[in-house]
Ligand binder design. Structure first.
Ligand code: GDP
Ligand code: MG
Length: 370
């Protein structure tokens, strides 16, 4: 059934429990913070508090755990989240590695970061940029399928000596589907065979018109190998971020998405997540996809223990019950019971879906054999 506790509802709206209880009384509903109310009543309360409800995935509508939008006045600027995409061997990893070393916050240690699939750099201007490394675009695709998006800006890497290739086209499609603006990084400019104009022309076939050709897609010629043009890539990102006017409410419980996860022999389930709204705390109870857990440790992109992580910050979470899928949304809830309820609900849904698909497959098989 579609219910939510009064306490959690208050949490989600960053409102006091007392205020919510008072509002409910006005509506003729007597409930304590620990009691559950139905989804319709919750929705009424939410709108009375001046929030809008955005209904996303089916599962979450039924459980009413996601989609409460923040008030405009509660939003604060947040760093841009950038995904680097492009054809294999065009230099995505090289560019990400080179950009990582522009971090001034960690000095020497900046060079020896561990790989967690995402990292944040602090620039000399004190501005921050978050980069996500999406192996095989998997997380990106599965997030798109859920109607969610983690990335604000796509840096499209195209090797100047190779031009637009199948995965370049694939990446363009992803970016367009996600309405994420593209910045073209024409890489390997140090190579003798580099032909950036060919890249510009080939991009025209995919409705990308770069600025030097009169369009509005920023382009930067770079060499990840020689570390040439990194400043201009960052400048382009910051300019694009300014245009997008990115904001989030840091003063609420956290929501975000799983970037990648794995089972570590010593540490158990390790999930890299990107906080998109609110602030994730070390003692929070998190539900991610069909898995949940009380956070046992939060680690930043340098493997350092931290107490909390705000919007656009990538962190590793230890303590989940299993390994959530890349792209799965995560959300903080107010009790272990609630977490268990949601995770069981989702497991049941997933099971039902799998069974239905089996039945459907069997049906077509039967038809074929008839
Ligand atoms: P990815 O598959 O897109 O992640 O590509 P990589 O970053 O792994 O790079 C593929 C190959 O291209 C590696 O051998 C890199 O050293 C090389 N490479 C990457 N960037 C440059 C560059 O700017 N110039 C040159 N000459 N080689 C590069
Ligand atoms: Mg790579």
């Amino acid at each position: 059934p579609e219910t939510i506790t009064v306490g959690e509802l208050a949490n989600r709206m960053a409102a006091r429990q007392g205020e919510v209880i008072k509002m409910l009384m006005k509506m003729g509903v007597m409930a304590t913070a620990a009691q559950s109310i139905d989804g319709d009543t919750a929705e009424l309360v939410v709108s009375e508090f001046g929030h809008r409800i955005k209904r996303v995935a089916d599962n979450d509508v039924e459980l009413g755990i996601e989609g409460i939008e923040d008030k405009p006045e509660d939003l604060l600027p947040r760093p841009p989240v950038v995904t680097v995409m492009g054809h294999v061997d065009h230099g995505k990893t090289s560019l990400l590695d080179a950009l990582r070393t522009t971090d001034v916050a960690h000095g020497e240690a900046g060079g020896i970061t561990q790989h967690i699939g995402a990292y944040q750099v602090t620039l000399s201007s004190d501005q921050k940029v978050t980069f996500i490394d999406t192996p095989g675009h998997e997380a990106f695709t599965s997030m798109r399928a859920r109607g969610a998006s983690v990335t604000d800006i796509v840096v499209l890497v195209v090797a100047a000596d190779d031009g637009v290739m199948p995965q370049t086209v694939e990446a363009i499609k992803h970016a367009k589907a996600a309405s994420a603006p593209i910045i073209v990084a024409i890489n390997k400019m140090d190579k003798p065979g580099a032909n950036p104009d060919r890249v510009r022309n080939e991009l025209l076939n995919h409705e990308i018109v770069v600025e030097s050709m009169g369009g509005d897609t920023q382009e930067v010629e770079v060499s990840a190998l020689k570390r040439d043009g990194l400043d201009r890539v960052l400048e382009a990102i910051l300019l694009q971020a300014e245009i997008l006017d990115l904001k989030a409410n840091p003063n609420r419980i956290a929501e975000g998405a799983v970037i990648e996860s794995r089972l570590d022999r010593g540490r158990g389930s390790v999930a890299t997540v990107l906080v998109q709204k609110g602030t994730l705390n070390r003692t929070d109870i998190v539900v991610a996809g069909a898995h949940w857990g009380r956070v046992r440790a939060l680690l930043d992109d340098h493997g350092k223990q931290i107490k909390k992580a705000g919007p656009s910050v990538p962190v590793e979470i230890l303590g989940m019950s299993g390994v959530p899928d890349a792209g799965a949304p995560f959300v903080v809830v107010d009790s272990e019971n609630r977490a268990r309820e949601i995770s069981e609900f989702r497991q049941r849904k997933a099971h039902e879906k799998a069974t239905a698909m089996q039945v459907a497959a069997r049906g077509t098989l039967d038809q074929m054999l008839a």
